[in-house]
Design a protein around this ligand. Sequence first.
Ligand SMILES: Cc1ncc(COP(=O)(O)O)c(C=O)c1O
Length: 481
Amino acid sequence: MAESWVNSAERIGVDLHLELPGPGGRRAALIRALREAVRGGRLAPGTRLPPYRSLAADLGVARNTVADAYAELIAEGWLTARQGSGTRVADRAVPLRPAERVPVKAPARARGTRHDLRQGTPDASAFPRAAWSAAYRRALQAAPNEAFGPGDPAGRRELREALTEYLARARGVRTDPDRIVICSGFAHALRLLFGQGAGQTAGQGSGGVLRGPLAVEAYGLDFHRGLLAAAGVRTVPLSLDEHGARVDGLGRERAVLLTPAHQFPTGGPLHPERRAAVIDWARARGTVVLEDDYDGEFRYDRRPVGALQGLDPERVMHIGSVSKSLSPALRLGWMVLPERYVGPVLAAKGEREGWASVPDQLALADFVASGSYDRHVRRMRQHYRRRRDRLVAMLAARAPHIEVTGIAAGLHAVLRLPSGTERSAVKAAAWQGVALDGLAAFRHPDTDMPAPDGLVVGYATPPEHAYGAALEALCGVLPPG
Ligand SMILES: Cc1ncc(COP(=O)(O)O)c(C=O)c1O
């Protein structure tokens, strides 16, 4: 049996955990354990080791055993001993070889990217650092001690109350705090709703609230389709036209996933008649509509489209996150659920909060309740509107043959291209270091609707100083008129 100990932090200023095998060979075992700790980087160069006596007492070995082990490691060059400063890890102790580290996949920015015009992220340089820090500080100071224990899987009540008020006011969502479950974003919501296969970590609840087949829009985020496929959920594409998803194509699917406020990625709102029709379908089928409200806050020159959920809170799951409004790095989102789904979603989440940091939830609650969220969203709306206007003006001047669509809302635009030119434009962009996607990247593989040529241009992503150059570069890769 392995025996382990943790030495007291007061004596040497660091906690050190070692494991020694059972009786016999203690000196050799201690040497091996210390050598491993140094080699693996757990004991950094310069770290002071415990005095013989305290280490011997902690380990239940003779003082001489420790003294001998230290002497051996000093002789080998792993440790050094100097009068008055005790025994320390030697400076030249070999660090972990790079090859032994767990390889981490580089984040999504493509190699060679000079101008990042991919959709999907807000302007990271505009994150409201000061206001968020102030909210965080206030939230931590006000938090009761129990907030630092295991979290409630429903999420902090403070946040659910703040969201209830905000979503009602800003998005027309009808709910109360007991029907909101906090999650880490839309992707997490999909995992909770469709189960383990969608990438859940073992031990984090059972998942599987809904089952496929699930109707989805013929153009959408490939990543989400991938999550669903991994969960074994078959998705059935609904064609799109200028009024959004053709919900008259709904049949015997078990649920439908839509982006009603701003079809992703093509850009229009779902027509009012279709909003009503999809609710009728859900009522008749006894099922639900999943509403992905991914950029509901960013409306420029058309009336804001309220949440579909407002039409029937018992037939729509409204799902949102701060990924577009604040940052996708926060991993905070919410599910506003019909009453009958609250229990199953909580059961899927598990007994404790295992996903969304409780202090971050409290900070967001303060951020929303104090009005900082509204202020930030208003400021960003202006910021993105100006960017959109620059994009539109630039294209009107330099590429008037290119139609720009989907621009009344959101953080991206779709540039319609002459038929047959999308692939070469995407290639030219990659060649010039301009990161963007063609419409084909979002197309459901099973749809038979016509495939328009287009580029999806995220105008939020570049930092302010780089935006002009990014637009210039974009103009350089468009097909000639
Ligand atoms: C269509 C769509 N839905 C939802 C999201 C938000 O995802 P999450 O909340 O998991 O960050 C995004 C973000 O890029 C999106 O593009």
